[in-house]
Design a protein around this ligand. Structure first.
Ligand code: CDP
Ligand code: MG
Length: 743
């Protein structure tokens, strides 16, 4: 029973004959899966999956299309689609019939809220309409913000293609550490954080004629702050147009905030989507995704699959598992094209998700939340939704921020499901129970401003001369204690004086597009004469833990290679080792060196670029780039000067307690300090998976804390009585909630 598909006769008939015979054989069996609606559909290949590899779904409800559904997209064949010119493609978008009335509305009103289903053409078309209509004739630019870097880049690339221009000329993008624009650029896609940063240099936004705050429903921190700022400048710049565009139902709320601005609705075009829930909770959702992909691939008619995962690591492991499985199955199944998409993926690989799927294959896109509303991939008919995303969570009491894999909201779940109904009726497989949907998911996501550290934006607003933060025009104000804590932290870092005014140090910190702690570390490197080392460490830290590569089948080799870079004083110095060795390798052999050492060469390339940018910023604040010549105490003191909040002390059983708030945390198993258990450590960030881990840790001395932050730490808090190192023990068990993947 277990080896059913191996039994199959595959003797020398060539792959096609083999496939055909096998299909005939299996067509005889009728299976009913995914609900009764599919009884008619043939599901010849289902037996391919072993019994334990199947997920049972129940169908709960059908999302109906909101409007009468024009069917032309659905019935268009691949060949037709190829033949369609760019102009025709543009004119087939739901927004196109509204081009004139939209332009008229924009001319009539200074502020307009635009609401329309994802994929209707808001992001790619509106800036082009404005451009074609002459809005930029006097040389002023149109800005269109995106919450995500990948979206800014990919949308800009698409619009450059549609306008037959070279990316970076008329159409460009600007994201942190990467400016792809020129003198000629009039359509500028940018992250919301970058537009916020531009306010520092140009508080009246004089070089812009239109500001489009796109994906407003995402309610990122930067978007929320932008709301307050743009509302304010619109008052004294009557010539400036303001468009707030959103994919969901928040339009009324936006309208209210912007003094009852009119709402322009682009009617939706969505086919019905059947929704399926698992009968029982799934313990390991990565594994369940893999099973479900194969289940769809072997039983369902044509159509691509979109899988929502929480981050790069998950996407990579899912990709690996799928590759293994499909390799095992070989020619017994049709081709499955696996394409990942996440923030750190280089642009050329990102483009792969938009390549149309060849007729005999199926594409599966493994995506982060970016595919929920920011990117639209044509051809998706099946969505797999495990029900999680990675969210910042902030404890305003302790000031601790962590990235946490958390359940999504009902609104997000429905957006995700909607992705399946764009080109034809679709199906959404939720890897959680109908009960969990009903009882465990919140209705709407919590705006980021209410669950994040505000240090960075407070510093930025202070630099803009906005001192009264309590009365800033927030759409949803952050919790009072979060604001107070941000002010306290900036005071402890020396960025604000006791009156809450920006200090010289604070002004310099605001120059860096980074977390205040990181900015402070960079600036402190001057005092400790290690700016070159700290610069490298900062850019390696910004690589988001994507430096080391650990393929499942070569885990032991990868670990050995990683350990060769270990530095006894901690992970930051390990990262420094990696970079310093990398930069001494001749450029033409860097890739090979990376492969041999299980280092991700893309991340290194990016770290290298970021380093160039940061170095320029260092020069702008007049810090000389000097090397510590291996003085790791100096380096670690500079890190401590920025990250002194993140100090933890060894407590019982190998676990640690944060110094100020006595929270239990553990050294991450990947850390070079994992076995050592030093008495005092400093971490870069906390990550909550099954346990609360410190990621990127260095050993410090408690005396350094009072040296770098005398107004924050008192010597008696840091009393040190027993000097012994303690053995490793077990940490606290995983939290409640929906199933999480294993560590
Ligand atoms: O912003 P909105 O969600 O309303 O739609 P859009 O992003 O402007 O997308 C309109 C169309 O452009 C969709 O059919 C996308 O598939 C297509 N598009 C693309 O082919 N490549 C991109 N990089 C972005 C969009
Ligand atoms: Mg969009």
């Amino acid at each position: 029973q277990n080896e059913r598909y191996v039994d199959f006769d595959t003797k020398d008939q060539g792959p096609n004959a083999e496939q055909r015979k096998w299909e005939e054989e299996h067509q005889k069996k009728a299976h009913m899966h995914f609900g009764a609606r599919d009884a008619k559909a043939k599901q010849p290949e289902y037996d391919l999956l072993l019994e334990e590899d199947k997920i049972e779904f129940v169908q709960a409800l059908t999302m109906a299309g909101s409007e009468a559904v024009p069917n032309e997209m659905n019935e268009m064949s691949e060949a037709d689609r190829k033949r369609m010119t760019m102009k025709e493609t543009r004119e087939s978008l739901p927004i196109f019939p509204f081009r004139e009335s939209l332009l008229a509305a924009i001319k009539e009103h200074q502020v307009l809220i635009i609401e329309g289903e994802t994929g209707s053409g808001k992001t790619t078309q509106i800036p082009q309409y404005l451009y074609e209509d002459g809005f930029t004739a006097d040389g002023k630019k149109i800005a269109c913000t995106q919450p995500r870097r990948v979206a800014a880049m990919s949308v800009a690339a698409r619009v450059a293609e549609e306008t037959s221009t070279k990316l970076g000329n008329e159409v460009g993008y600007s994201i942190r550490f990467e400016d792809c624009t020129s003198e000629r650029t009039v359509l500028k896609y940018m992250t919301d954080g970058m537009l916020l940063r531009e306010f520092l240099g140009e508080p009246d936004m004089a070089s812009y004629c239109v500001l489009i705050i796109d994906e407003a429903h995402e309610r990122t921190l930067h978007t929320d702050i932008l709301f307050g700022l743009v509302k304010d400048i619109a008052r004294f710049r009557p010539d400036l147009k303001l468009l707030i565009s959103s994919a969901t139902l928040d339009a009324e709320k936006f309208s209210k905030f912007f003094d009852d601005a009119p709402i322009f609705r682009i009617p939706g075009r969505r086919f019905p989507v059947d929704i399926y829930y698992t009968k029982a909770p799934e313990a390991d959702y990565i594994d369940a995704c893999v099973v479900c992909v194969l289940q769809i691939h072997t039983t369902q008619p044509r159509g691509d699959i979109l899988v929502f995962l929480t981050g790069q690591e998950e996407i990579e492991s899912c990709e690996q598992l799928l590759l293994d499985k499909t390799r095992q199955l070989g020619s017994k199944i049709k081709e499955l094209i696996i394409t990942p998409i996440y923030a750190n993926l280089p642009a050329d690989l990102q483009a792969k998700i938009f390549v149309p799927t060849p007729p005999n294959a199926r594409k599966v896109v493994l995506a982060t939340n970016i595919a929920e509303t920011s990117l639209t991939i044509d051809g998706i008919v099946f969505v797999i939704d495990p029900g999680f995303n990675k969210q910042k969570s902030y404890n305003a009491r302790t000031g601790m921020e962590a990235l946490v894999v958390s359940p999504i909201s009902k609104a997000s779940a429905n957006q995700r499901a909607g992705r399946a109904g764009r080109v034809s009726p679709g199906k959404c497989f939720r890897l959680y129970t109908a009960w969990a949907y009903k009882h465990e998911l919140e209705d709407n996501p919590v705006p980021e401003i209410q669950r994040t550290n505000l240090g960075n934006v407070v510093l930025m607003l202070k630099s803009l001369g906005i001192n009264d933060l309590i009365n800033f025009d927030f759409m949803d104000p952050p919790p009072h204690e979060t604001l107070v804590l941000a002010l306290e932290q900036l005071y402890a870092l020396g960025a604000l004086n006791h009156l809450g005014e920006l200090t010289t140090l604070g002004r310099r910190m605001a120059e860096f597009p980074a977390d205040p702690m990181m900015s402070k570390m960079l600036l402190a490197s001057e005092k400790y004469k290690c700016s070159e080392d700290i610069l490298t460490i900062a850019c390696m830290l910004s690589a988001n833990n994507a430096i080391f590569f650990r393929p499942k089948d070569k885990a032991v080799h990868a670990d050995t290679a990683r350990q060769a870079f270990f530095h006894k004083d901690g992970d930051h110095l390990t990262l420094l080792n990696v970079y310093n060795q990398y930069k001494d390798i001749p450029t033409h052999s860097q890739q090979q060196w990376c492969r041999e050492n299980f280092i991700q060469s893309r991340s290194m390339g990016r770290a290298h670029d970021v380093r160039d940018q940061l170095q320029q910023l260092m020069e702008r604040v007049e810090i000389q780039i000097i090397s510590s010549a291996g003085d790791t105490v100096a380096i670690r003191k500079a890190i401590t000067a920025g990250y002194f909040y993140h100090a933890a002390k060894l407590s019982k059983g190998g676990s640690y307690k944060t110094v100020k708030h006595q929270q239990s945390v553990l050294i991450h198993p990947n850390s070079c300090l994992f076995e050592q258990n030093p008495r005092w450590v400093l971490y870069h960030e906390l990550v909550l998976t099954t346990k609360e881990y410190m990621r990127q840790t260095i050993e410090i001395e408690s005396a350094w804390l009072t040296e770098v932050a005398p107004h924050y730490y008192k010597a008696k808090e840091l009393d040190d009585n027993s000097g012994k190192k303690m053995p490793k023990g077990v940490g606290k068990p995983g939290g409640p909630g929906l199933a999480r993947p294993g560590e």
